[in-house]
Design a protein around this ligand. Structure first.
Ligand SMILES: Cc1cc2nc3c(=O)[nH]c(=O)nc-3n(C[C@H](O)[C@H](O)[C@H](O)COP(=O)(O)OP(=O)(O)OC[C@H]3O[C@@H](n4cnc5c(N)ncnc54)[C@H](O)[C@@H]3O)c2cc1C
Length: 402
């Protein structure tokens, strides 16, 4: 391969903030929301021109359960707030079902709740706008169409995040940074230890179509089948790491081709069958993540975690409850960098639990509050963080559940 050497160039430091959130998916939205509510000056950098990441632009519009499948809600705070916001314009599926009635009612009837999971299919478009409005009202500065590409560090701390957009390259001076890019991009460019998901990603091609006066989600490829987890409704044998530019373009083109094939085959029976919305970001389950001080593991279920920042259930089965330790959010190399969402520290097996929407909101909320409290995560007083989380509605331990 040939190389060129870029010329050293000065770039303007255009602004400063207390907390820079890189990535505006569910994790980034939650982190920005939590940090802004703590009174911080927050800047959110998003590569696309809409918030929500996979949960909106990726058309992954099923808000997986906030409960343990045994009638107990386990994820609270912003995880619940965003679920309720996502269905403010109604659910797209399971609407008016006994399930939603059982869970949305203020009256807790555990026998009714036991029967159903607390989950919903929402409209991604209204949800994205709702999230944007909420953050703007709180004073979060959202910078769209912008990629966080590099960092400057001094003494183990990020001092500036370098961004690129239509205006060119510039820098933002920061106190602390939340990496909510889904791919641990900031960890990677700052020298934090990271690892890749070993199994790779299957080809997914989910899209919306119009049928009988209703918009519906077509789940094509990468559908989890608990009885056959390696198949995932397979479209192709190829696996994708999700962190290679060429490969991502190939994946996108393949996904589009599969979609067209599917549309053509469905049009044979129904000539009026048309797609109405395509995903505009690659549908990747898990890619690169931080190597944290602690790594969350699948066998950690029902364990009491003293540094818990909130709980999640396992969307695939009823019963498990996980208390998530604060130490899975940050590593030892970069003092003022914390992660949230898909790129927190979890084993390949556990990522299946932590990568979904409720867990992204739980970790985002904790990361956002922590980022306001300190620029050195190893030295934070976790009990103070927990007090703030509890004050904002989060439950930390399984023994507190009703
Ligand atoms: C096929 C498939 C099916 C799924 N099904 C479900 C489901 O039914 N229910 C469920 O709950 N979950 C599901 N998931 C998982 C879930 O949708 C995601 O894991 C979750 O939404 C991830 O949120 P996040 O905020 O961590 O990351 P993302 O949604 O990936 O958000 C990251 C954001 O950061 C931006 N970004 C990335 N890099 C940069 C950068 N360098 N600079 C600036 N911005 C950047 C991206 O544009 C994006 O908006 C599914 C995922 C897939 C792929």
């Amino acid at each position: 391969m040939n190389y060129i050497t870029e010329k050293v160039r000065e770039i303007p430091v255009k602004e400063s903030c207390d907390v820079l959130v890189a990535g505006g998916g569910i994790a980034g939205i939650s982190a920005a929301l939590a940090a802004a509510r703590e009174g911080a000056k927050v800047t959110l950098i998003e590569r696309e021109y809409t918030l929500g990441g996979l949960a909106t632009l990726g058309l992954i519009a099923i808000y997986l359960p906030l409960c343990d499948g045994k009638g107990r809600q386990v994820s609270f705070g912003i995880a619940e707030e965003l679920m309720r916001l996502s269905i403010r314009y109604g659910t797209e599926r399971r609407e008016d079902t006994p399930a939603m009635k059982a869970w949305l009612s203020d009256e807790i009837d555990i026998n009714k709740r036991k029967k159903y999971r607390f989950e919903a299919q929402y409209n991604p478009h209204t949800f994205a706008i709702e999230c944007e409005q909420m953050l703007v009202k709180l004073g979060v500065k959202i910078i769209y169409g912008t990629v966080a590409v590099a960092t400057e560090t001094d003494n183990g701390k990020i001092t500036h995040v370098v961004i690129e957009n239509k205006s060119g390259r510039s820098a933002i001076a920061v106190k602390s940074v939340v990496d909510a890019t889904g791919d641990a991009d900031i960890c990677k460019v700052s020298g934090a230890a990271t690892e890749l998901f070993k199994k790779g990603n299957s080809l997914a091609s989910w899209y919306y179509y119009f049928k009988s006066g209703k918009v519906r989600l077509r789940l094509l490829g990468a559908i989890d089948d608990p009885n056959n987890p390696d198949q995932e409704g397979k479209l192709s044998d190829r696996k994708f790491s999700g962190v290679d530019g060429d490969e991502l373009s190939e994946m996108t083109i393949l996904a589009h081709a599969e979609m067209l094939k599917d549309i053509d085959s469905r049009r044979k029976d129904n000539p009026e069958y048309v797609p109405v919305c395509l995903p505009t970001i690659p549908q990747l389950r898990t890619t690169r993540r931080i190597v944290g001080i602690t790594t969350s593991e699948i066998d950690d279920m029902h364990k009491r975690v003293e540094s818990s920042i909130g709980m999640v259930g396992d969307w695939r089965k009823r019963g498990p409850v996980y208390e998530l330790p604060f130490e899975i959010l940050y590593g030892k190399e970069v003092k003022n960098l914390i992660t949230a969402g898909r790129c927190i520290s979890a084993t390949d097996e556990m990522v299946e639990v932590t990568r979904v929407i409720p867990a992204c909101a739980v970790t985002g909320q904790a990361a956002g509050i922590a980022a306001v409290m300190t620029d050195d995560f190893a030295s934070i007083d976790v009990s103070e963080l927990q007090k703030k989380l509890v004050a904002s509605g989060v439950k930390l331990h399984e023994d507190e559940l009703k």
